[in-house]
Design a protein around this ligand. Structure first.
Ligand code: GDP
Length: 330
């Protein structure tokens, strides 16, 4: 039987630095458990991060994200780059390092020591998925992974926060992804950097391609015009072209100093997202545990207190701050 190794802050950080798979797995589990040791290890490793290139992959369920990532990983490995994959499913409360059913498509790569794959779902993080995915990404970065794929489903707030750290955002669609196309059109979904219209073997794929193309054509101001690639991920068709577009986007960013700027903005956004999530949790706990605060809510319900006065009192009591919405500070 393998002896259980007790990791310390030093041995864990050293193990991650050396790219040791067991140290990596352990560090990420600790991250998922919001363990204080993970916090210390990431703090030690942080100055060495920033070398990996991160690609956020998003899109509705079933479009072929995992299949495409599997094919991209193969392509990237052929160029001798090491890879990390973080697969995030906000709807799953208990993924915890296990494989989601449809992530099995990445299974080809499990025996390759140059590829590290981890799935995560929502757990009891104070800072939510934004926190665990950011910390996991930093651990993989410190471990020397050249490329990190961050996969997430859909386009809700938590997904936006998860891929908010990405250097390049790849949106995957397929014939029938009408909702996403509408979301792009209405400006609800941010314009990605590269779009793959997958399942090109489907008869309606070209129609989808043209639809997306016409929406993007309306946008004249953007310096970077997001390329659209028709793919058949199942047969690795055009996957090299997707990768070429990702690299072209990277060069575009690097040429104009845009990568620095984007990372600066991304990291600021992540810090803000994690802080907001923590503040929300703190607020919920405070109201739950404090009969006086709960009474305020009862008073609002009985129409003895108006909602904004309740907000003001809660803000003062929980955060010791004046409500920023009161007339004198507006
Ligand atoms: P995800 O939920 O976006 O990660 O999608 P998956 O990668 O799990 O793929 C969903 C389904 O679509 C699976 O049954 C895949 O085998 C299938 N699929 C993926 N790529 C293609 C493709 O290019 N053509 C066709 N016909 N099916 C595909």
């Amino acid at each position: 039987m393998a002896r259980r190794r007790e990791w310390t802050r030093e041995t864990l950080a050293a193990g991650v630095r050396a790219g040791d798979t067991r140290a990596l797995a352990r560090a990420i589990t600790l991250v998922e458990n919001s363990d204080p040791l993970a916090y210390e290890v990431v703090r030690d490793l942080y100055p060495e991060t920033g070398r990996a290139y991160t690609i956020g992959v998003t899109g509705p369920p079933g479009v072929g994200k995992s299949t495409l990532i599997g094919a991209l990983v193969r392509h990237v490995r052929e160029q001798d780059m090491s890879v990390g994959v973080i697969s995030v499913d906000p709807s799953s409360p208990f993924t915890h390092g296990a494989l989601l059913g449809d992530r099995i498509r990445l299974a080809d790569h499990f025996l390759d020591p140059g590829v590290f794959i981890r799935s995560m779902g929502t757990r009891g993080h104070l800072g939510g998925l934004a926190e665990s995915s950011l910390q996991t990404m930093l651990v993989l970065d410190a471990a020397g992974k050249d490329v990190i794929f961050l996969e997430t489903v859909g386009a809700g707030q938590s997904e936006v926060e998860v891929i908010g750290v990405a250097d390049t955002v790849l949106l995957v669609l397929m014939p029938g992804s009408g909702d996403s196309v509408q979301a792009l059109k209405a400006g609800i979904m941010e314009i990605p950097d590269v779009i793959a219209v997958n399942k090109s073997d489907h008869p309606a794929a070209k129609t989808m391609l043209n639809e997306v193309r016409s929406i993007l054509a309306l946008d004249h101001e953007r310096a970077w015009k997001p390329p659209i690639v028709l793919t058949e991920a199942m047969r690795s068709e055009n996957v090299d072209q997707v990768w070429a577009e990702v690299e072209r986007h990277r060069s575009f960013l690097e040429e104009h100093g845009g990568l620095e700027e984007r990372r600066r903005r991304n990291l600021a956004g992540e810090v803000f997202a994690v802080a907001s999530a923590r503040a929300k949790t703190h607020l919920e706990h405070a109201v739950r545990d404090d009969p006086e605060l709960r009474r305020l809510l009862d008073e609002v319900q009985r129409r003895e207190l108006d909602p904004l006065t309740a907000v003001r009192e809660i803000m003062e009591k929980v955060f010791k701050v004046e409500d920023g919405n009161s007339p004198d500070t507006r």
